[in-house]
Design a protein around this ligand. Structure first.
Ligand SMILES: *Cc1c(COP(=O)(O)O)cnc(C)c1O
Length: 402
């Protein structure tokens, strides 16, 4: 139901990002509540049978069933769309529901997808394990090598898919360059923008067709709820996304939408602080003698530092690094931390650390892990909003026990 004739959009057109995050999409009820109203309802009643008929025919505006739309979910969708100046947004039950819907709604047997190899584990599973069952072929490439995108195109290529920065090796892919190649070949570009957040990078503004989020990560950012969102054009929504989402049921619950709306209000503040903490952690680790290598797009040592500086407004909230001494040293580090928690989640106000080789990427083939640089000493830290000096002190103490 989102569209630009919606008052939520026209009113916000002149607002900066910070204002959109707090006020975008808000629709007050007749009670004038300050906070967004929580409409915990599955269905809606009609004034008359004629009105029900008109709504089902699309001749009358209004809600019909919360799998199709709900006022609280709508506020979240409108606020999300505004963050990238996207025409529309469809909220989903989780980030994976968003990735799955964004891809499968436009694909059919015989189609071909080109994707960067450096992908979130479940996205990798969809491309390599689920797609083949439906006769959809995926070619995985090194997304940082622009020539590989053109070389992978086939007559049946329909979609380019990637994340940037990628998980967990924080590779940066040049969005405008890849978009140009895709559009020349008549393919759409779907970007998983979870690691960047809509604060640091806006794929739709950079030319992508679809931008996908896990609301679970920075958008909630406080470890409470799952959620997701697909941002796209009205045309893509009408032709592909909405028919798929309305009938397959991966919708967002109104309660979770309400939590995510409150999360968006502080997203910019949290992400800016997290970026600052991530940079300080990266600089500390880069100078530490127990560390082999630090990967952070904000460090001049990062191979795609210049691209990150061009397409992102800051360098992200995650830092990955290789500890000298492999798995044993990495585990000693994790087990000796007192503040930073061991968790595969990310984007949280609490700093979280994970060992991808034995958790998020354990199911990946060894050759694929090697190609991505996911070794036994690799550790990924998601910077929270705690004091940077406490975090660095914690890391320093734990590194000392290796
Ligand atoms: C977490 C994550 C997802 C999936 O989101 P969920 O909300 O956990 O389903 C997809 N892509 C990336 C890059 C993620 O970090």
């Amino acid at each position: 139901m989102t569209d630009k004739t919606n008052p939520a959009f026209t009113e916000a057109a002149d607002w900066d990002l910070e204002t959109r995050l707090v006020r975008g999409g808000t629709q007050r009820s007749e009670f004038g509540e300050t906070a967004e109203a929580l409409f915990l309802t599955s269905g809606y009643v009609y004034e008359s049978a004629d009105s029900a008929e008109a709504r089902f025919n699309g001749e009358e505006d209004g809600y019909m069933y919360s799998r199709y739309g709900n006022p609280t979910v709508q506020m979240f969708e409108d606020r999300m769309a505004l963050l990238e100046d996207a025409e529309t947004c469809f909220a989903t039950a989780s980030g994976m529901a968003a990735v799955w819907a964004a891809l499968i709604c436009q694909l059919k047997t015989g189609d071909h997808v080109v994707a960067a190899r450096a992908l979130f584990g479940s996205c990798h599973h969809i491309l390599t394990k689920i797609f083949p069952k439906f006769g959809i072929e995926a070619t995985l490439i090194d997304g940082t090598d622009i020539g590989q995108w053109s070389a992978a195109i086939k007559p049946n290529t329909k979609v380019f898919f990637f994340e940037t920065p990628s998980n967990p090796t924080l590779e940066i892919i040049d969005i405008p360059a890849v978009v140009e190649i895709a559009h020349k070949a008549g393919a759409r570009v779907v970007i998983d923008n979870v690691f960047s957040t809509p604060i640091l990078q806006q794929p739709i503004r950079l030319g992508a067709d679809v931008s996908v989020y896990s609301g679970t990560k920075h958008i909630d950012g406080q470890g409470r709820t799952l959620g997701g969102a697909v941002l796209c054009s009205n045309e893509f929504r009408k032709d592909y996304l909405e028919p798929f989402m309305r009938h397959t049921g991966g919708c967002l619950s109104p309660f979770n939408a309400w939590v995510l709306l409150k999360g968006l209000e502080t997203l910019d503040l949290r992400v800016q602080r997290q970026c600052e903490n991530a940079r300080k952690i990266a600089e500390f680790l880069e100078a530490h003698d127990k560390i082999e290598k630090v990967i952070y797009p904000g460090l001049p040592s990062h191979p795609q530092h210049a691209i990150a500086a061009r397409q992102m407004s800051n360098f992200g909230t995650l830092v990955s690094f290789d500890v000298k001494g492999g798995k044993e040293a990495a585990f000693t580090l994790l087990n000796n931390l007192e503040i930073v928690d061991i968790s595969n989640n990310l984007g949280d106000t609490k700093s979280l650390i994970t060992h991808p080789y034995t958790t998020t990427h354990r199911a990946m083939e060894e050759a694929d892990r090697a190609a991505l640089g996911i070794g036994q000493g690799l550790v990924r830290i998601s910077a929270g909003i705690e004091s940077a000096s406490d975090l660095i002190g914690d890391l320093d103490r734990a590194l000392g026990s290796i």
